[in-house]
Design a protein around this ligand. Structure first.
Ligand SMILES: NC(=O)C1=CN([C@@H]2O[C@H](COP(=O)(O)OP(=O)(O)OC[C@H]3O[C@@H](n4cnc5c(N)ncnc54)[C@H](OP(=O)(O)O)[C@@H]3O)[C@@H](O)[C@H]2O)C=CC1
Ligand SMILES: O=CC(=O)O
Length: 292
């Protein structure tokens, strides 16, 4: 397959680009903070000096940026994708953003003759390293079909969900549920502890029952050790809750559980926990539950 461009060497982008390299793809990377490209360079990647330079060199370019302003910046700002995208080239944005952001990018790319696909992912740092992501693609079907060989390396399953916006919406629904679950889980761990039970035993009990799930199993042991090395940064989970709640507003869907979870993530951010893993929201429940 042709050389792939990759913009954004954060937790996810770095793992995904590394995975493409490991599987024989030629990759040109770019990151706003250039030094984060060094490790990829050591593993054989080329480095582009701007998103435009990457698009000029590569037929297909993937973006994995933090949030809507970042996703828009690499497209519309000076040195951005729009300066070089043209007929025969494709841009695939795998960042988690809202449908409106994705549509703006799509329209601009298509106006220049390029093709666009949104393809946010479910799965965190480890699934990214292991090529086990779930890819939620939408946009131009032709581009989807051409990029499938790369998706096959990055993910265990990819869905094509139709028109641009559907991938973004699906991702926000999934992360809204995940964020609410993390809050309920944190409350449960605190309730067990404060009522004299062992949180560790609670993990064992949960894992054997109908609400067992990979997230509780993976995050629970580190949470009870107060260890929050970031796989999915809390500030991004809060961004996803905010964008999901906006989607709820648009569709007049009442979401009291998600709204409460968003408040807890906001509180965690305001106390300086934003760069830790999203499971650090547990700390908020601990401090708001004084002993009787
Ligand atoms: N981590 C996870 O478990 C998962 C994350 N996601 C989503 O993937 C995306 C990336 O997440 P993750 O890798 O964890 O995030 P990180 O915070 O680790 O990385 C964010 C990336 O965005 C770049 N960036 C931020 N602002 C700008 C800007 N204004 N212009 C250009 N680049 C910018 C950063 O560059 P710089 O290094 O210069 O700051 C960095 O490359 C997010 O949308 C997140 O919600 C989806 C699934 C799982
Ligand atoms: O967006 C985060 C994830 O774990 O999926």
């Amino acid at each position: 397959m042709e050389e792939i461009g990759f913009l954004g060497m954060g937790i996810m982008g770095k793992a995904m680009a590394m995975n493409l390299l490991r599987n024989g793809f030629k990759v040109t990377v770019w990151n706003r903070t250039l030094s984060k490209c060094d490790e990829l360079k050591e593993h054989g990647a080329s480095v582009g000096e701007s998103p435009a330079a990457v698009v000029k060199k590569c037929k297909y370019t993937i973006g994995m940026l933090s949030d809507p302003p970042a996703a828009l910046s690499v497209v519309f700002d000076k040195g951005g994708i729009l300066e070089e995208i043209s007929s025969g080239k494709g841009y695939i944005d795998m960042s988690t953003v809202d449908a409106e952001t994705s549509s703006k990018i799509s329209q601009a790319v298509i106006a220049k003759g390029g093709s666009f696909l949104e393809a946010p992912v479910s799965g965190s740092k480890k699934p990214a390293e292991d090529g086990q992501l779930v890819i939620l693609a939408a946009g131009e079907k032709g581009l989807y079909e051409k990029i499938v060989p790369a998706f096959d390396v990055l993910g265990k399953k990819s869905f094509f969900l139709g028109e641009v916006g559907n991938g973004a919406k699906m991702k926000l629904v999934v992360n809204m549920i995940m964020g609410s679950m993390m809050n309920a889980f944190s409350e449960g761990l605190v309730l067990a502890d404060k009522s004299g039970l062992s949180p560790k035993t609670l993990l064992d009990v949960l894992d054997l029952g109908a609400i067992a799930n990979p997230m509780f199993k993976m995050k629970g042991p580190s949470m009870i050790e107060n260890s929050y090395s970031p796989a999915f940064p809390l500030k991004h989970q809060q961004k996803d809750m905010r964008l999901a709640l906006a989607l709820g507003d648009e569709n007049a869907v009442s979401m009291p559980v998600a709204a409460a979870a968003n408040e807890a993530f906001k509180k965690a951010r305001s106390t300086g926990l934003g760069d830790l893993d999203f499971s650090a929201v547990y700390e908020i429940f601990k401090v708001t539950q004084p002993s009787p």
